[in-house]
Each structure stands twice: as C-alpha cells, then as structure tokens.
Design a protein around this ligand. Structure first.
Ligand code: GLN
Length: 447
C-alpha cells in the first residue's frame, strides 16, 4: 500500500531519488511467509522504510543529491543499515536531500526539488527534506535522515512529523557520507514518538567502525515509554523566543508549555546568552570540516570525472568545478578560508572557543531544569525559490537548531499546530546527553 501511495503522490511531491520496487516487494513477501509460519518477528519487520541518499545501502545508489556521486553504488551497508537489516524492515529506496546535506530547503539537490505535502508551493525544509516529506505524504512509514545543524528537526517541523537528532556518539556514522564529522548524526523521522523510539532503539549503539560512538547500555526505548511529566522541570530559554521568531510560532510553543504545566510539569525561565554566536560558530566549524571531508572527491578515486583535462591539476579543478553545486562550493571556499594560516586564529579557533562556551551554558541550564522547550524554527516553511538567492537568509532557518549539534545534545521536533498559512509548526525538546528516554516520554505525553 505504501508503494501505491508512492505511485499516487510521487509526481507531485518528489521525495525519492530512487525507488527499489522489486526489492521491497520481494522482502515484504519473505516477511509475510515467515509470519505465516508463526516465526516471532521484530516489530519493524515488514515496515516500509526510506533512507536519505547520503547513507550507504548496499547495491542502491548513494548520490548525496550530487552530480559528483551520480553513478556511485556503494558495495557495503552503513552500520545503521546492518542493524536495520536485523529487524527485517523493507527498504523502499533513497530520499532526496540538499547536495551533501548542505542546505535547509532541499532546493540544493542536483536532481529535483521536493515539495511540502501540506502545500506544494512551499519547501519541505532540509537537508533531509525527502525523508520528512515522504513520511508526511504517506510514502514511507519511517525514514532515516541526518542532522548536522538541524537537518532532521527543521524538515520534520516544516512537514508536521516527528524527528529525532540523537546524542552525538549514540549512532554510528560509518557509511554516512560525511559533511561535518564532529556534528553529523543519523536519526529517524516518523509519524509517532513510538515509531521514533523503535527505530532509534534499532540503530543506536557502540560501533567499532566509528570510534566516536560511546559504549554504554542502550535499552529498548519503547519498553518503558511513559506519558507522565509530573515533577518535570521544563526550561524556556528566553533567547529562543527573541526577535525573528514569529508570533504564531511563539504562541504555539507557549501553548505546549502550558499543557505540560497542566499535566504537572513546572516551567522555569533559563538563559543561554551565547545563542547569538551559535550560527556563526556553526557555519565556521561545519564548513571547515566539510572542506576537508570533500577533498576526497577529486575525480581520481570514485565519482564524477571531467572529460576535459590536460594535467592532473586540471583534472582536479575541472572535476570539482563541474561536479559540485554552488552551495557546496561556497562551503568549501568558506571552510578553506577559515582554516588558512593567518585566519585560523581569527575564525576557526574563536568558533571552537564559542563551542565550549555553548556547551558550558547548556550544562548550567540543565542544573536548573530537566529539559528545554523551544521552537524548532523561527518561522514555518517558506515558498520554493524565496531564499534561494540569499544564503544568509537561508542560514537563519538554522538559528534554533545548530546549537544542539555544537553541544552534541539530543533533541526531538514534534508538531504542535499550524500558523495562519495552515503550515505546520514544530516544537523542539532538548535534553542533556543520552537523555533520549526522557525526551521520548515527554514528547509521547504531549502527543
Ligand atoms: N541547514 C544546515 C546547513 O546547511 C544544516 C544542515 C544539516 O543539518 N545537514 O548546514
């Protein structure tokens, strides 16, 4: 039925870059057969799942929505896929995104623009726009996205679905094509908190292939899923409700806060004064890492290669000029600049210093409350093309999400109503490291 939904909606929405219809039907039939035999199966068995196109699934294309990797088919599974394989879920195909996950609208895809299922004149958000739009349109039950500065939460907010950016180090990045390695994290997008908890339980854990993953007990997060917030202290950081956040959004979030209060939680005012510097720090750190990570796309090892070159230098230059889109080039130039001698201290070092400040301020906030409640984005979805020629305006979308990545914290975005244009509003719950269970419980309670 989900494939039927893809047939009915895909022309309009454009969430997928590739659909593996045969593979999906074959897998579904196998699961049916095993179920008929009375085998006990994982709750995700037979569930149709879509995967963002920067996560490697063996023998499916992984283009990263870039001309550079247009014909790249990885010969291996990412660790999250190896783990999902054990659940016997069904892979539907690969989802559209901003090229190399750089963007906030999915307009930076080299192949197509994805539309917001609530109103197709609007963007679905990004960079995991395909992952969020597919769930919202019923073209998948759950999807995987990646979040470096908001790329799961912002599209989840724009498309009225739930998304989790997990604690840095709780989900392996092995097989995720890197953007900014110290910030990237894979996470689920779905229609319910239980679906998120189930998928997160399946993909998290220590992985010897990614040394940044943390070894600890990872429970089944669906087992003790509560819906009780009695005694919970919820912090409202004043900087997250400041200028730039629309009245509709503020009102919707305050309504959520009041609901929690009615259910027995206490609201506390907190302050995160470094919020003003977060966006600058993020775009410096993320671009610096991207410029280094993307150096591997040189036309020699794999991916796109130019047809016109007379020397090795020209091979590199033409391959990269022709293979990368404008936003990716902008990030590489920015990243190379801030890492250059003479500028390193002025930009990169300062950004890393700001990162420490931000981490400290969150730690201080969490001595006053158990979790934070904020808007996911300052406004709802914008029109396709509206911000395309103004990168700084586009970056403003990430105002309220990037700090969480800089601090390595977990956060959930959940839908909490609509604005005057009938577009969904997202509410963000931010926790301390490894507090996913509490985030699920709290979000579940509101849902
Ligand atoms: N929109 C942000 C950026 O363009 C975040 C992207 C992401 O989280 N992958 O960098």
């Amino acid at each position: 039925s989900v494939l039927g939904r893809i047939d009915a909606k895909e022309d309009e929405i454009g969430a997928y870059l590739s659909v593996d219809r045969e593979g999906a039907l074959k897998k579904a039939a196998q699961v049916d057969e095993r179920r008929a035999k009375g085998e006990s199966l994982h709750p995700l068995a037979g569930i149709p799942v879509g995967i963002k196109d920067n996560i490697c699934v063996r023998e499916m294309p992984a283009t990263c929505a870039s001309k550079m990797l247009e014909n790249f088919v990885p010969p291996y599974d990412a660790t999250v896929i190896e783990k999902l394989n054990k659940t016997d879920c069904v892979y539907l195909g690969k989802l559209n995104m901003d090229e190399f996950a750089m963007g906030s609208s999915t307009e930076n895809s080299a192949f197509k623009k994805t539309k917001n299922p609530f109103n197709t004149d609007y963007v679905p958000g990004g960079s995991s726009g395909g992952s969020a739009a597919a769930v919202a349109a019923g073209e998948a039950i759950v999807t995987l996205g990646s979040d470096t500065g908001g790329s799961i939460r912002q599209p989840a907010a724009y498309c009225g679905v739930v998304g989790l950016k997990p604690t840095y180090g709780s989900v392996s990045r092995y097989g995720l094509i890197a953007f900014a390695s110290s910030l990237d994290q894979i996470g689920p997008i779905g229609r319910s908190v239980r679906d998120l908890a189930m998928t997160y339980s399946a993909i998290c854990g220590r992985d010897p292939m990614d040394t940044t993953t943390v070894s600890r007990e990872y429970p089944d997060f669906t087992k003790n899923l509560k819906s009780d917030v009695k005694g919970l202290k919820i912090g409202l950081p004043k900087e997250y409700f400041a200028e730039g956040v629309t009245a509709d959004v503020k009102e919707a979030i305050m309504k959520v806060a009041k609901e929690y209060e009615k259910m027995g939680a206490t609201l506390v005012d907190v302050s995160l004064p470094s919020t003003d510097y977060a966006l600058s720090a993020y775009y410096i750190i993320a671009s610096a890492e991207a410029s280094s990570n993307l150096a591997r796309f040189d036309g020699v090892k794999y991916g796109y290669r130019t047809e016109s070159f007379g020397s090795l230098e020209e091979l590199y230059e033409n391959t990269r000029s022709e293979g990368f889109g404008n936003e990716v080039k902008r990030r590489i130039m920015l990243g190379t600049y801030v890492l250059s001698s003479g500028y390193y201290d002025a930009y990169y070092k300062k950004a890393k210093f700001t990162q420490q400040l931000i981490q400290q301020q969150y730690a201080d906030a969490f001595t006053q409350c158990d979790l934070l409640l904020t808007p996911t984005t300052p406004d709802t979805a914008f029109k396709i093309g509206e911000n395309e020629s103004d990168p700084v305006k586009m970056y403003m979308n990430d105002l309220l999400t990037v700090m969480i990545n800089i601090a390595g914290l977990p956060a959930i975005s959940m839908p909490c109503g609509f604005d005057g244009k009938k577009l969904p509003i997202g509410c963000q719950l931010i926790g301390s490291k490894f507090s996913e269970q509490r985030l699920f419980d709290t979000a579940n309670c509101y849902e």
